[in-house]
Design a protein around this ligand. Structure first.
Ligand SMILES: NC(=O)c1ccc[n+]([C@@H]2O[C@H](COP(=O)([O-])OP(=O)(O)OC[C@H]3O[C@@H](n4cnc5c(N)ncnc54)[C@H](OP(=O)(O)O)[C@@H]3O)[C@@H](O)[C@H]2O)c1
Length: 254
């Protein structure tokens, strides 16, 4: 039986690319969406047209009862859940310095980010423990490591996500569950296209040793490898997919 793999927020952007890539790697992919049912159905059709297997499932992953319904449905249909990619962009960043940041915007970013990881992780751990196996991949960000550029809220939230992942890894490793964070740099998706198609994109490309901005497929390939249970010993750590930014002395300057 193919690995049953849930990708949260997979109707577009990084999630859609990750879902497609996992489909070509033989996973049965559950394409989760919050409101974009038609886009999710299109992702499913694309996976099937490429010879893979997929289905779509709507749920707001920040809502614990919706998450319960989502996972209960997957278990009823498939009998197990092998892999979860925690990707949904539950709290887009309010890019601003502290002086210009309201508590409401900061708290929404941090709680939204963590809600998207907390509820799904808690719900899948019981079936994964019962199976004695499971892999959870969290989509972090290199924003966790850099200061400036208005990254305060986003970086704080993604740092917290990475810490959360380390705790999950420590609590579950002996039950057969393993955890990895994949932390991309800036990637061209619908969420970032407006910014990256302008001057900001030119700066990012100039400062990357690759000489270009990352595309979703770059990250999807890394996530597909990260999802491989053969990598179970790589748990509680972070795989950076940043086009080589981290090799620049002191990191990017803007
Ligand atoms: N793009 C980048 O440069 C970049 C860099 C590093 C890390 N990341 C991370 O990569 C992930 C994906 O980002 P992206 O750029 O692909 O975002 P995106 O283009 O905005 O796509 C986000 C997807 O998340 C879904 N979503 C949002 N809230 C949800 C919720 N509560 N429940 C279920 N689905 C929800 C949306 O679904 P609906 O359309 O159905 O509402 C949408 O399909 C995020 O975790 C982001 O922080 C992105």
């Amino acid at each position: 039986m193919p690995s049953t793999t849930l990708v949260t927020g997979a109707a577009r952007g990084l999630g859609a690319s990750i879902a497609r890539r996992l489909g070509t790697r033989g996973h049965h992919v559950i394409v989760n969406y919050r409101s974009s049912a038609a886009d999710a159905a299109e992702v499913v059709r694309g996976i099937e047209a490429a010879g893979g297997s997929a289905s779509s499932a709507g749920a707001d992953v920040t809502d614990p009862s919706a998450v319960d319904g989502l996972v209960t449905g997957i278990l009823a249909a498939r009998g197990r859940i092998d892999t979860v990619v925690v990707n949904a962009n539950t709290a887009p960043p309010p890019f601003a310095a502290l002086a210009d940041l309201s508590w409401t915007a900061f708290a929404a970013k941090v709680t939204g980010e963590l809600a998207g990881a907390f509820h799904i992780t808690k719900r899948v751990l019981a079936p994964m423990r019962a199976q004695g196996a499971g892999r959870i991949v969290y989509i972090g960000s290199t924003a966790a490591d850099y200061v400036g550029g208005g990254r305060l809220a986003h970086g704080t939230a993604k740092s917290a996500l990475a810490t959360f992942a380390r705790h999950v890894a420590a609590e579950t490793a002996r039950d057969g569950v393993s955890v990895l964070v994949v932390a991309p740099g800036a990637v061209r998706t619908p969420a970032t296209a407006e910014i990256l198609d302008g001057e900001r994109g030119a700066v990012l490309a100039r400062e990357s040793v690759l000489g270009r901005v990352l595309e979703p497929e770059d990250v999807a390939e890394a996530v597909a490898m990260a999802a491989d249970p053969a990598l179970h010993a790589a748990t509680g750590t972070t795989l950076r997919v940043d086009g080589g930014w981290s090799v620049l002395v002191g990191g990017p300057s803007s």
